[in-house]
Design a protein around this ligand. Structure first.
Ligand SMILES: Cc1cc2nc3c(=O)[nH]c(=O)nc-3n(C[C@H](O)[C@H](O)[C@H](O)COP(=O)(O)O)c2cc1C
Length: 370
């Protein structure tokens, strides 16, 4: 049986985690067309409750925030009721679960927007690539630049989503400020061309993301709010001329808020983590609170980074898709199953809830071998 810090408990403020292995937010596009999680979501998350913490899939704060077909929301009563079944199931297994709050900004399509409207963004900069709609992939369009007068309403959408997440029984929320979505679009000079108080200098570009964080904290409590960033990830052709400078400053500001954790995707999301030349230690040093590392972690890297004190928590994404009992397998040194990419997005229980956990016989075999 492997011994490692990974299997030691960790207190995220008032949220007690049984171990330090976190399940990453994973969009699986299996909710109803109006964003309501189904019974299979309850089973899927229940199966994975052995994670120290589950970060549930990115969840739309409003219809306007939606960029992918069949993604769940947290803005209607029906959605809240359905999510409550998920959180109850995870808690019944002794697990912990937070919800990732999502607004995709420009990474959407009129087919996914209320009344077929244009997606909104800091500026009218069209993303490259295609949107995933119910009718298949469609080219992104030029988004509509948000007017400053709309920001109070947008912030209120985050507040309502936070309150709803709390009512749905989540242990906290994670503000999605990564992967080229709305808040990340505000941070970067390639997607934020505004000339008002929300564009230009780094201070101005951080303004809306920080206002959102402050509002989310105000709607619950700093100890129940984490944030995810992806300093080097390029999405839809997004760019930033001074990644290190922007993210160092952003993290300094976030640190002042006393958040539950900083979640960092190290390297290009789902890509090579070694070659970006970004100094992640600089972020860790600037953040006074738990640091969660993600991207291409395997067991050895997790142990190494934990032992070196580079991370407090390790977040695994794809390994949790095919290994519902990932933590048990890592502890026993059992082999990991490979996920089938064809069933990542959309569809039914196949490739979702039918990946088996180890049987008691298999477990006994690995215990003996250890
Ligand atoms: C199927 C799939 C869905 C994803 N959905 C989300 C998401 O909803 N929110 C998010 O922040 N990242 C999302 N990601 C990125 C993962 O959270 C994670 O950062 C990435 O898979 C790298 O971690 P890994 O190497 O452990 O898989 C997704 C990745 C995959 C493969």
């Amino acid at each position: 049986m492997a011994q490692s810090k990974l299997f030691e408990p960790f207190d995220l403020g008032p949220i007690h985690l049984r171990n330090r292995a976190v399940m990453a937010p994973l969009t699986r596009s299996r909710a109803s067309s109006d964003g309501v999680p189904k019974e299979m979501h309850v089973e899927y998350y229940r199966q994975r409750a052995g994670a120290g913490l589950i970060i549930a899939e990115a969840t739309n704060i409003t219809e306007e925030g939606r960029g992918y077909a069949w993604t769940p929301g947290i803005y209607s009563d029906e959605q809240v009721t359905a999510w409550k079944k998920v959180t109850d199931a995870v808690h019944a297994e002794g697990g912990r679960i937070v919800l990732q709050l999502w607004h995709v900004g420009r990474i959407s399509h009129p087919d996914l927007q209320p009344n077929g409207g244009l997606p909104v963004a800091p500026s009218a900069v069209k993303p490259s690539g295609k949107a995933f709609t119910e009718e298949g992939f469609k080219d992104h369009v030029e988004p509509r630049a948000l007017e400053e007068a709309e920001f109070p309403r947008l912030i209120q959408d985050y507040v309502k989503a936070t309150r709803n997440a709390r009512a749905a029984g989540f242990d906290g929320v994670e503000v999605h400020s990564a992967n080229g979505y709305l808040l990340d679009q505000f941070l970067r000079d390639g997607t934020n061309k505004r000339t008002d108080r929300y564009g230009g200098s780094v201070e101005n570009r951080m303004r809306l993301p920080l206002e959102v964080v402050d509002a989310v904290v105000g709607a619950w409590n700093k100890e129940h709010v984490g944030i995810r960033i992806s300093p080097v990830t390029v999405m839809g052709g997004s760019s930033e001329s001074d990644q290190q400078g922007v993210f160092n400053t952003y993290v300094e500001e976030l640190s002042k808020r006393g958040l539950a954790y900083l979640h960092v995707i190290e390297g290009q999301t789902q890509g090579d983590r070694a070659k970006d030349g970004f100094d992640y230690d600089a972020l860790r040093q600037r953040f006074d609170g738990p640091y969660m590392g993600n991207n291409e972690y395997d067991f050895d890297l997790a142990i190494r980074r934990l032992d070196e004190g580079k991370v407090d928590l390790v977040c695994f994404g794809r390994p949790f898709i095919a290994n519902p009992d990932l933590v048990t397998r890592l502890r026993l040194g059992a082999p990991l199953a490979e996920a089938n990419k064809d069933t990542f997005y959309g569809g039914d229980e196949r490739g979702y809830t039918d990946y088996p956990a180890l049987t008691p016989e298999e477990k006994a075999r690995y215990v003996q071998a250890a």
